[in-house]
Write a protein that binds this ligand. Structure first.
Ligand SMILES: Cc1cc2nc3c(=O)[nH]c(=O)nc-3n(C[C@H](O)[C@H](O)[C@H](O)COP(=O)(O)OP(=O)(O)OC[C@H]3O[C@@H](n4cnc5c(N)ncnc54)[C@H](O)[C@@H]3O)c2cc1C
Length: 458
């Protein structure tokens, strides 16, 4: 970047501006997925909305793109880009809870562990993801699927308002009463419409949950998956668990001689009365005897961070996503063929239930259109060594190809990879046209294009 532009940027913002050649540039240019190897012109560690506004104005004047980074977890690495200016919001991570009104105001760069820390002290929570190091920003803007979704809807369904820096540099508040089109688009349309500097969420009472993982033999997988399909169709909304393939990690609850073997897992989460939950979860033990399990009462934050150690920053990531209306026998057969071949302990397939409260919202009420899907399936390839890229991406691709005939054309935008842009219309689904209209209204020049991109309507 030209020296004059750099000086101007440094003069305009309060936060650090990290440029090529600076000591921490190597760290600053990287995001969570280390397969991404981009060299931005500058990374601005924004401290407040005016810093973000300055970045947007500077990018606009210098003709550069802005890559907005929340938690930095996007698998395609949208929080960094060659020659772009990165607005790194990670220092904007405050969580202010109004326990009486059951509202949290959350900085655009906060992660779910910060959110949990702020809310669970008050016995409150809202829907977040499954891993607590993920950003509130990207996860919510794409929809937000997690343990509490069947009970309280997607994360975006719990959004009450958002403060947004727009492509023209204005700062607006989007809510049901103010900039309603923008507010509609922010709930499922990803980072296409501006940089959100603060989210306001509705919270719900939540004490300790009852849950945790149960590992079953692969030979029991057909019965477990078929039982799960029937069970989840009308399970009480307090149940938010899902099946997964999991290589057993070396943890105290796993028998030493079974560490390293693949299993079918049920990761249970029950938010109601614990005795009732224990009884309900017993139904899985009636189908097959778990090889090992770690199920019991625990703080929601503990369950929400249980998988964190398996997925540290710096792995290679390649993921595929599919919405599923009906988990057919054929689909289960495809899962049974590919799931047990999960290559490493970090990789998995999760089949998240998105019925219950997710279905209470009309398909056109928010930008998240897939309200008739019952499951969001993610095949998440995550591994440490770049030398293994070919084998691991092949596992994800082959698995996805096998389930695709029994899935919807689209998948959850937040689980899509860098080569999924051709599927973007299907991924957004029936709201794509309206999203393109809102995009034209708020970002006609497509300044915010480092995302599952919606082109402005002509
Ligand atoms: C280990 C792991 C576990 C996951 N688990 C779940 C899960 O359980 N449920 C689920 O729904 N998803 C999950 N995801 C997917 C996750 O929702 C996406 O990766 C999401 O994009 C992450 O958001 P982020 O803010 O961390 O990412 P970033 O890479 O920072 O951003 C992702 C996208 O959102 C935009 N963005 C981020 N913050 C803002 C903001 N404040 N304003 C405007 N745009 C913004 C970025 O520009 C970018 O386009 C998981 C991802 C990982 C890697």
């Amino acid at each position: 970047m030209a020296a004059s532009t750099l000086t101007m940027l440094r003069e305009r913002v309060h936060g650090d501006v990290v440029m090529p050649g600076d000591v921490d540039y190597e760290d600053a240019r990287h995001v969570y997925n280390f397969m991404i190897d981009k060299h931005p012109a500058a990374v601005v560690r924004c401290t407040d909305a005016s810093d973000v506004q300055a970045v947007v104005n500077q990018a606009s004047e210098s003709g550069r793109g802005v890559a907005v980074r929340g938690g930095g977890h996007s698998v395609p690495g949208f929080g960094t880009a060659d020659d772009a200016i990165v607005a790194d919001l990670s220092a904007m991570n405050q969580v202010k809870v109004d326990a009486q009104r059951r509202i949290a105001r959350v900085g655009g760069g906060a992660t779910w562990n910060m959110m949990n820390e702020g809310t669970t002290a008050h016995g409150l929570a809202t829907t977040g993801g499954i891993v607590s190091t993920t950003g509130v920003g990207g996860l919510t803007l794409g929809g937000g699927i997690g343990y509490l979704a069947r009970k309280h809807g997607l994360s975006c369904d719990n959004l009450r308002s958002a403060e947004v820096v727009l492509a023209d540099g204005r700062i607006v508040t989007a809510s049901a009463d103010s900039e309603p089109d923008l507010f509609w688009a922010l709930r499922g349309g990803g980072g296409n419409f501006g940089a959100v500097t603060e989210f306001e969420f509705e919270l719900h009472p939540l004490g300790d949950v009852y849950g945790g993982p149960m590992l079953f033999e692969l030979s029991d997988a057909p019965d477990i998956l078929r039982f799960y399909r029937e069970f989840i169709a009308d399970a009480p909304r307090e149940f938010g668990g899902f099946p997964a393939w999991q290589i057993a990690p070396p943890l105290p609850f796993v028998p030493e001689n079974r560490v390293g073997e693949p299993f079918i897992a049920i990761v249970a989460c029950w938010t109601g009365d614990h005795a009732e939950g224990a009884q309900l979860i017993d139904a899985f033990r009636d189908v097959a005897r778990p090889v090992s399990e770690m199920v019991g009462p625990m703080p929601y934050a503990a369950l929400n961070s249980m998988f964190d150690p398996l997925v540290p920053r710096g792995l290679q990531h390649y993921w595929k996503a599919a919405y599923v209306k009906e988990l057919t026998d054929e689909a289960i057969t495809a899962h049974l063929t590919h799931g047990p071949r999960v290559p490493v302990v970090n990789s998995t397939m999760h089949l998240y239930p998105i019925n219950g409260a997710c279905h209470d919202v009309a398909p056109d009420a928010t930008a998240f259109a897939h309200r008739d899907a019952n499951f969001a399936c993610v095949i998440a390839g995550m591994w440490p060594d770049p030398a293994d890229n070919e084998a691991n991406t092949a596992w994800v691709r082959d698995y996805y190809a096998a389930i695709a005939p029994y899935s919807e054309a689209g998948g959850y935008i937040n689980f899509a990879s860098m080569d999924d842009q051709a599927k973007v219309r299907d991924n957004y689904g029936t709201t794509y046209g309206q999203l393109a209209d809102v995009k034209r209204q708020y970002d006609p020049g497509n300044m915010f294009h480092f995302n599952q991109n919606i082109e402005p309507a002509r």
